[in-house]
Write a protein that binds this ligand. Structure first.
Ligand code: ADP
Ligand code: F6P
Length: 321
């Protein structure tokens, strides 16, 4: 294998640039020619592909977003799109591909693998919802961004003795809410992986007020319901609950990656190159504990499931009253 390519796909995540940098630099170091594909699978099918030099990734390690751009391109779920993509790769003489993205992007990598094209998945999403890894690139930065915002909300919540519902991203996963709930000392954490009873939530909130709490913060994962819906539910349960809702939205996806995300991105990007050098494709890289690991991508997506650490959920109940 002489020539390889990299693309970023799906929702962008801080640290994607650091991963591309590692792939380009380590790839060149190992003797590959490395190509960058713009706009994810859309750019792959369109042939928006260019050769990258080491200098193209200069000053990229700390930059948020993805300088290769990203796209949602549903057409890639169809075989026709996938075959066109492989045609383009062959046209450029590319023999291996690294895909940095979330679970949707991994499905694209699985499709290419099944069609016989050596593809490696690198987990890049703020959601931390990909099987085969403890952490995804971008998660650490996103939770630090959320924490900063919640700390600010707490100031105003305390001043007015108010209840704030903070809706955070994560799609169907609760990790962002779980980690930032613990980190901000939130009174309640609501995640899709854990059922809740509105009566219990209301009782807990009231007890906190009776105990003299001056603020109440509820970290709500978007996968449970929207902040407005939850505010309505609380109010319907008891008209005493006048809440304020903050939807943090896409601010969670931006910003310079944290040290942890930069290091994770560099390690995982470099591992993808090591694997391609050994002729290994059809896998996804990740981190388990402190170890960089890799697994069969088809099997991982078919049978693996990311499960949040529910010990954290229980811990919050024990220390947030
Ligand atoms: P993420 O990778 O962040 O989860 P998406 O779910 O939007 O984001 O997926 C990113 C892209 O991956 C999609 O726009 C599409 O191009 C491709 N993709 C998603 N699902 C599939 C699938 N089942 N088969 C092939 N490609 C897919
Ligand atoms: O997957 C990353 C993510 O930010 C999710 O947390 C969120 O549900 C979704 O993407 C938002 O997608 P879009 O940027 O297309 O609005």
């Amino acid at each position: 294998m002489k020539r390889i390519a990299v693309l970023t796909s799906g929702g962008d995540a801080p640290g994607m640039n650091a991963a591309v940098r590692a792939i380009v630099r380590k790839g060149i170091y190992e003797g590959f020619e490395v190509y960058g594909i713009n706009y994810g699978y859309a750019g792959l099918v369109a042939g928006d592909i260019r050769k990258m030099e080491a200098s193209d990734v200069g000053d990229m390690i700390g930059r948020g977003g993805t300088f290769l751009y990203s796209a949602r391109y549903p057409e890639f779920a169809h075989r026709e799109g996938q075959e066109k993509g492989i045609e383009q790769l062959k046209k450029f003489g590319i023999e291996g591909l690294v895909v940095i993205g979330g679970d949707g992007s991994y499905q694209g990598a699985v499709a290419l693998t099944k069609l016989g094209f050596p593809t490696i998945g690198v987990p890049g999403t703020i959601d931390n919802d990909i099987p085969g890894t403890d952490y995804t690139i971008g998660f650490d930065t996103a939770i630090n961004t959320v924490l900063e915002a919640v700390d600010r909300l707490r100031d105003t919540a305390t001043s007015h003795v108010r209840t704030f519902i903070v809706e955070v991203m994560g799609r169907n996963a609760g990790d962002i809410a779980l980690w930032t709930g613990i980190g901000s000392g939130a009174e309640q954490i609501l995640i899709p992986e854990q059922e809740f009873d509105i009566a219990e939530v209301a009782k807990d909130l009231k007890r906190g007020r009776l105990n003299g709490k001056k603020h109440t913060i509820i970290l709500l994962a978007e996968g449970v319901m929207s902040g407005d819906e939850f505010a309505k539910k609380l109010w319907e349960y008891d008209e005493d609950f006048h809440t304020r809702v903050t939807v943090l939205g896409h601010v969670q996806r931006g910003g310079s990656p944290t040290a942890r995300d930069r290091v994770l991105a560099s390690r995982l990007g470099a591992k993808a190159i090591d694997l391609l050098k050994e002729g290994v494709g059809g896998v996804c890289v990740g981190v388990r504990g402190e170890e960089v690991v890799y697994n069969d991508i088809v099997e991982t997506l078919a049978n693996g499931k990311h499960v949040p650490n529910l010990e954290l959920y229980q811990l919050n109940k024990e220390i947030s009253f």
